[in-house]
Design a protein around this ligand. Structure first.
Ligand code: PAF
Length: 271
């Protein structure tokens, strides 16, 4: 991959990278569109990164459909698809991990120990392999965005981190490759996340600024859905993921599926 990138660079062409784990949906395609609009060359990586999954998580059953992904990306005019092998990314002798302090610790960081270390490590490796000018991430994974921004700044990676708004279904559910796990009743119950965020934004617009009271409101709404087990709901600063701030972030379990969502309550909720 690096050789192709170097040739593009010598030819003066800017490179946009969209890192993905495949099972592409309209949210990913929005990242690709934005990358297409802002760069001469677009590279999409597809790599289900084993080291960002915990031992009891869904690595084994994570959806994979490379043929369909290839077709979608060809239609979208992507220049190259980078699909590294696990043994090429992590040969047995490799022993380096990238740990981003601070922002990677609360919320998703404590719910999923090692997750952000896995993300930061693979993102660093993908940046090294592609040498992009810009890299594209979805706002859906808000804490991942904050971790990757910190990483790029702290290690002077020279990559501009671009963030693309969450794409939602008509009923508000944020698109995620994991939505395919939901049964019919669970899928219905999953709309509670966007309902809670909409209510939070309405309360904020009506003048509520206290992160604890906003949190209680979000928890009450999420808790009103019997199929939902709430992991956390918080209103935090989007760069540090500590209070105070206006970014509402939440994680729930519905059956075996874990879902996250977020919204900056200072903005109207349009989903
Ligand atoms: O958001 C994802 O799909 C993954 O965490 C990423 C950024 C591709 C790293 O594996």
């Amino acid at each position: 991959m690096l050789e192709a990138s170097r040739q593009w660079r010598v030819a003066g062409r800017s490179i946009g990278l969209v890192p993905t784990m495949g099972a592409l949906h309209a949210g990913h395609m929005r990242l690709v569109e934005m990358a297409r609009a802002e760069n001469d060359v677009v590279v999409v990586s597809i790599f289900v990164n084993p080291i960002q999954f915990g031992p009891n998580e869904d690595l084994g059953r994570y959806p994979r459909d490379l043929k369909r992904d290839d077709e979608l990306l060809a239609k979208a005019g992507v220049d190259a698809i980078f699909v590294p092998e696990v043994r090429a990314m992590y040969p047995p002798e490799s022993s380096t991990r990238v740990h981003v302090g601070g922002v990677s610790e609360p919320l998703e960081g404590s719910a999923r120990p090692g997750h952000f270390e896995g993300v930061a490590t693979v993102v660093t490796k993908l940046f090294a392999a592609v040498e992009p000018d810009r890299a594209y991430f979805g706002q859906k994974d808000a804490q991942q965005v904050a971790v990757v921004r910190r990483l790029a700044l702290d290690l002077d990676l020279g990559v501009e981190i671009r963030v693309v708004p969450t794409v939602r279904e008509a009923d508000g559910l944020a698109l995620s490759s994991r939505n395919v796990y939901l049964g019919t009743a669970e899928r219905e119950a999953a709309t509670i996340l966007s309902k809670a965020l909409r209510e939070g934004a309405a309360a904020y617009a009506a003048g509520e600024r206290d992160p604890d009271r906003l949190r209680v409101l979000l928890l009450a709404r999420l808790g009103s859905e019997p199929l939902v087990e709430v992991e956390y709901a918080e209103v935090v600063d989007p760069a540090t993921f500590r209070k105070p701030g206006s970014l509402a972030v939440m994680a729930v379990r519905i059956g075996k599926t874990r879902l996250i969502d977020n919204h900056d309550l200072a903005l109207p909720f349009l989903g």
